[in-house]
Design a protein around this ligand. Structure first.
Ligand code: NAP
Length: 257
């Protein structure tokens, strides 16, 4: 069976849960050696276990994606352990509180920007030189449908994800000549553990939200990961600077018949 990432090395943040976990498992199934990072050590260990206990192709690092020292040393470690980097997925993120702007605490705003946006800047800052030394590759950043819309109460989140879109385009512009493609995915409502738990607490709201999606259901983490893995693969060799929505039609706009 041909594998899209045979002999390739991939780095994934937020791999202890949800979309990042699905990315790590999907990439490993496609033959990649995976370097998985998260602040949640337990989640990371579970992901490594799901990839395959004792598999020498999964390396875990506990880190905070908003820390330059920690992200820099993680990428340096990937260089010394695996000698190369072919694909990077800057995926870790948080939602922050849901509050109108006039009540939104600055501290929360800054934290969401640091975890969702500064992290993508730092990831790419250190990944790009290693990918260049490896002869080229691809980066996929996780944005959100909130990179295209203005969900009330989510100022920091939407600003951070619009920022991820912008950073993705700049990085694509700067690195096309170096054989590095940089794209983003914009997931819609995705049934990750956090969303599933919120839905159980507030089933009425969850039913309304799902009904507003043309597909009438949330996405599975594997469905989001599949799009990101495609973007990072050679099958997307002429795609760069693009943000791919994977949202069951949530952002089509207009009205149903
Ligand atoms: P998730 O299940 O909560 O997974 C995110 C992982 O990132 C968690 O393990 C989390 O650890 C970790 N993390 C959070 N802050 C971190 C930090 N500072 N440093 C390192 N790791 C950190 O979330 P998800 O739904 O898979 O989300 C993944 C990405 O998709 C995020 O960027 C999110 O904004 C985006 N997204 C999700 C949806 C959705 O509906 N689920 C929709 C659009 C976009 P903890 O468990 O300790 O928090």
């Amino acid at each position: 069976m041909s594998q899209l990432f045979a002999k390739k090395v991939a780095a994934i943040t937020g791999a202890g849960s949800g979309i990042g976990r699905a990315l790590a498992i999907g990439l490993a199934q496609e033959g990649a050696t995976v370097h998985i990072a998260d602040r949640n050590a337990e989640g990371l260990a579970e992901t490594a276990e799901l990839i395959g206990a004792g598999d020498a192709r999964a390396f875990m690092t506990e880190l905070d994606v908003s820390s330059e020292i920690q992200v820099g040393s993680w990428i340096e470690q990937i260089g010394s352990t695996s000698g190369r980097l072919d694909a990077a997925f800057n995926n870790a993120g948080i939602t922050g509180p849901a509050l109108p702007i006039e009540n939104y605490p600055l501290e929360d705003f800054q934290r969401v920007i640091a975890v969702n946006l500064q992290s993508v800047f730092l990831g790419m800052k250190y990944q790009i030189p290693l990918i260049k030394r490896s002869g080229g590759g691809a980066i996929v950043n996780t944005a959100s449908v909130a990179a295209l819309t203005g969900p009330g109460g989510m100022s920091a989140y939407a600003a951070s994800k619009h920022g991820v879109h912008g950073l993705t385009r700049v990085a694509a512009m700067e690195n096309a000549v170096h054989g590095i493609r940089v794209n983003a995915i914009a997931p819609g409502w995705t049934e990750t553990p956090m969303v599933v738990a919120n839905s159980q607490q507030n089933p009425g709201f969850a039913a309304l939200a799902r009904n507003a999606i043309p597909a009438k259901r949330g996405g599975r983490p594997e469905e989001i990961a599949a799009a990101a893995i495609w973007l990072a693969s050679n099958a997307a060799s002429y795609v760069t600077g693009h943000m791919l929505t994977v949202d069951g039609g949530m952002t089509i706009g207009g009205f149903e018949l």
